[in-house]
Write a protein that binds this ligand. Structure first.
Ligand SMILES: Cc1cc2nc3c(=O)[nH]c(=O)nc-3n(C[C@H](O)[C@H](O)[C@H](O)COP(=O)(O)OP(=O)(O)OC[C@H]3O[C@@H](n4cnc5c(N)ncnc54)[C@H](O)[C@@H]3O)c2cc1C
Length: 301
């Protein structure tokens, strides 16, 4: 993905800023007993996955992130941020140049399984396909049911963000994450510099009642402020303003981290289900596409 981005996007659309997973100074008093084992777990996991990182102490942390108050952590220099709209537009331009047609504003409302393929009803039109790839995100369980495979259930877990305002543009330079346990429903409330100079703090993690519930019972600002002050004690309430929320498609009510499901659920005619492609689904999208393409190519011979 990084190679693709560097080759196809303009320099304004990405930054190789790196990622810091830190233990805050405040943890020395409150939380070290939890956070240190979590960090050790992440170090072990990173090593087993061949991720290159370095362990840094308080001085090393401040060389990377001058305003942070941290005891140390791990720094992963290869992590980048990218403008998700630009990368998606680049993918779609490339797909169109290879003959792919997009039908936007065509909600799939029915799927008929034929012997030799599928008839899909969408936006009042009817489409005929030899195979079907279901990558409908939060609604992938419902689309799968329409295609006759009804074993999936998606639980919507909302993640809310706040934006950091009123501080110098480079107040936070890298992605700054807390250490979280392997059972955490998300990656923890972290700092996310984004292209265009905004810094976001989030996301929270909460199971919501419906897949389009972006607003009910939002977390109070104090939750984000506490998470922000853990690393940057100078941040005040007035430095945080509410930003957007997104909803993760999770496979369980308790929000446990699970792997993506990429499953050929019918051989003839082929139905490939992509279920619970939550974060890091965008970063993994090229690998997912290659993997899914290989499965389909085999199924179509
Ligand atoms: C809060 C949050 C933070 C995230 N942060 C990161 C991150 O830092 N890095 C990262 O890699 N990933 C991140 N992600 C995850 C990333 O956004 C997803 O993994 C990715 O968008 C999944 O892509 P997808 O195509 O499977 O699903 P989606 O992007 O959800 O796309 C599904 C599409 O299907 C369409 N659709 C649904 N039902 C129908 C229907 N019946 N008919 C027609 N169309 C339909 C939807 O409109 C949508 O366009 C984050 C997600 C959230 C919510």
């Amino acid at each position: 993905m990084r190679d693709y981005v560097e080759k196809n996007l303009s320099k304004e659309d990405y930054s190789n800023c790196g990622m810091l997973i830190a233990i805050s100074r405040r943890d020395l008093v409150d939380n070290l007993v939890h956070d240190l084992p979590d960090l050790i777990h992440m170090i072990r996991r990173g090593r087993s996955q061949g991720i290159s990182f370095r362990i840094v102490g308080p001085v090393g942390v401040n060389r990377i992130e001058p305003n942070i108050k941290a005891l140390g952590g791990i720094f992963i220099p290869e992590v980048s941020i990218v403008n998700p709209v630009s990368v998606t537009e680049s993918f779609s331009r490339e797909a169109m140049s290879r003959g792919v047609q997009f039908f936007l504003d065509h909600q799939v409302t029915g799927i008929n399984v034929r012997k030799d393929g599928y008839t899909v009803l969408a936006g009042g039109d009817e489409f005929s396909f030899r195979c079907l790839v279901n990558s409908a995100g939060l609604y992938s369980d419902e689309v799968s049911s329409m295609a006759g495979i009804s074993g999936y259930k998606i639980y919507p877990w909302r993640g809310e963000y706040y934006e950091l305002v009123g501080l110098p543009d480079d107040y936070v330079k890298t992605l700054v994450y807390p250490a979280v346990s392997k059972n955490s429903p998300g990656k923890g409330i972290h700092f996310r510099p984004s292209m265009g100079g905004k810094v976001l703090i989030g996301p929270s993690a909460k199971l919501v009642k419906s897949k389009d519930d972006y607003n009910c019972d939002r977390f109070p600002k104090e939750v984000f402020l506490r998470a922000a002050q853990k690393f940057f004690p100078c941040i005040e309430g007035e430095n945080l303003v509410p930003a957007y929320a997104g909803i993760r498609p999770k496979l369980s009510e308790n929000g446990l981290e699970e792997d993506f499901i990429i499953s050929l659920d019918r051989n003839q005619p082929p139905l490939l289900n992509l279920i619970a492609i939550e974060s890091p689904g965008l970063s993994s999208s090229m690998a997912i596409a290659e993997y899914a393409g290989n499965i389909l190519a085999e199924a179509m011979v």
